[in-house]
Design a protein around this ligand. Structure first.
Ligand code: NAD
Ligand code: DAU
Length: 332
């Protein structure tokens, strides 16, 4: 058995990653470290609870992290503050968890010479022109726009420095926007779906012309496994489905799939510094490691995701009022 520590394993991508790993990679014995912030929910791990060990704790807690890393062979690092709007409102937990947390983990990984995979975002590159056909690559210059992306960029640079200066055995991935089950309802797609399920208006920032490249969370997690198994140490791999859509297009598709008239959304004030377009060139991942998105059909993926939110009201409904109260305070 290979001992795997997953930080942030009760969050959206982390919980899907843990469930995917238990199902498809039984050689791993998994331990999850998660602080259970507002974004973490241990119940997402219920179906695999008897196959994993859950530790509630902070990735900035050096003593705890040292102990857990010493007892692991592989570490997959997902713990982070992840929502751009929250980072604009209060950057401090982002600086702490994303920078200090990654530093704390890196020091433990260095001491115990463990294999690390660092999960990051394509937002570290900033944005692309709205009408351009350019795509981010592994060598695109870092140019983050928000406190969230700046702290993720900083965490990536820490990992790269620890590889080069201390010989830490780490890989990195920078993925485009994920969607799927267990995504917090503060994020774009689940916010709109749950609004519609409750008979409330959907909310579109600014013009709605901003472009994102929606990638199903299972495709992202399959990429992480390929990188863990065959990725080259020190290398970065971009992950993206190739399916670019404006926010308006995604929202119209959600409306159609939920039997609502197209264009029925409320325009709310734009996010400050709102990145215009993300698009990741995942050629390296595809050619070197043979990755292919299995859920590239957004209509099919969204249909399943909408069904999941419809069937799992118990999971999201208790958070809805608090989440929307936070948005009201932000004017969005
Ligand atoms: P999420 O907010 O849903 O989950 C984050 C998890 O980290 C939560 O379970 C939370 O409790 C935990 N956490 C937060 N602070 C912690 C701390 N100090 N100590 C321990 N645990 C802590 O985020 P997500 O969308 O699942 O993203 C996971 C990772 O993937 C992040 O690093 C994010 O930057 C990256 N990423 C996300 C996307 C996306 O579209 N969601 C795309 C690319 C990369
Ligand atoms: O690209 C990867 C990134 O994708 C990850 O690193 C982040 O963790 C993840 O949150 C996501 O960031 P975005 O800012 O792109 O995602 P979000 O779901 O917040 O918003 C997607 C788009 O939808 C963005 O252009 C803002 C817009 N939006 C968002 C909300 C919540 C709306 O128009 N209305 C909304 O209500």
């Amino acid at each position: 058995m290979t001992r795997m520590l997953v930080t942030g394993g009760a969050g959206f991508i982390g919980a899907n990653f843990v469930r995917h790993t238990v199902r498809h990679h039984p050689r791993y014995r998994i331990r999850v470290l998660d602080a259970l912030t507002y974004a973490g929910d241990e119940r997402a791990l219920d179906p695999v609870a008897d196959r994993i060990e859950f530790v509630r704790g902070d990735v900035c807690d050096a003593g705890l992290v040292d102990e857990l890393v010493a007892d692991a062979d592989v570490v997959v690092h997902l713990a982070a503050e992840s929502h751009v709007d929250n980072s604009l409102d209060d950057p401090s937990p982002f600086v702490r968890t994303n920078l200090l947390g990654t530093f704390t983990l890196l020091e433990a990984v260095r001491r115990h010479d463990r294999r690390l995979h660092h999960v990051s975002t394509d937002e570290v590159f900033g944005d692309l022109g709205a009408g351009s056909t350019e795509r981010f690559t592994e060598t695109t210059r870092y140019d983050p726009s928000s406190p969230y992306s700046a702290t993720k960029a900083g965490s990536d640079l820490l990992v790269r420095a620890w590889v080069r200066s201390y010989g830490v055995r780490a890989t990195l991935s920078n993925c485009a926007n994920n969607y799927g089950p267990f995504q917090h309802i503060e994020k774009f797609i689940p916010r709109q779906v749950t609004n519609l399920l409750l008979g409330r208006p959907t909310k579109l920032y600014g013009t709605g012309e901003n472009v994102r490249e929606w990638t199903h969370v299972d495709d992202h997690n399959a990429a992480v496994h390929l990188i863990l198994e065959r990725g080259r140490i020190g290398e970065t791999y971009l992950v993206g489905s190739g399916g670019e859509q404006t926010n308006k297009q995604v929202l119209d598709l959600v409306l159609e799939l939920m039997d609502q008239a197209p264009g029925s959304y409320e325009h709310v004030p734009d996010r400050p510094g709102h990145d215009l377009r993300y698009a990741a060139d995942s050629t390296k991942l595809r050619t070197e490691l043979g990755w292919r998105p299995r859920h590239a059909d957004l209509r099919a993926g969204l249909t399943r995701t909408i069904e999941w939110y419809r069937a799992n009201e118990w999971w999201w409904k208790p958070d809805k009022d608090t989440t929307e109260a936070r948005y009201r305070r932000l004017g969005r």
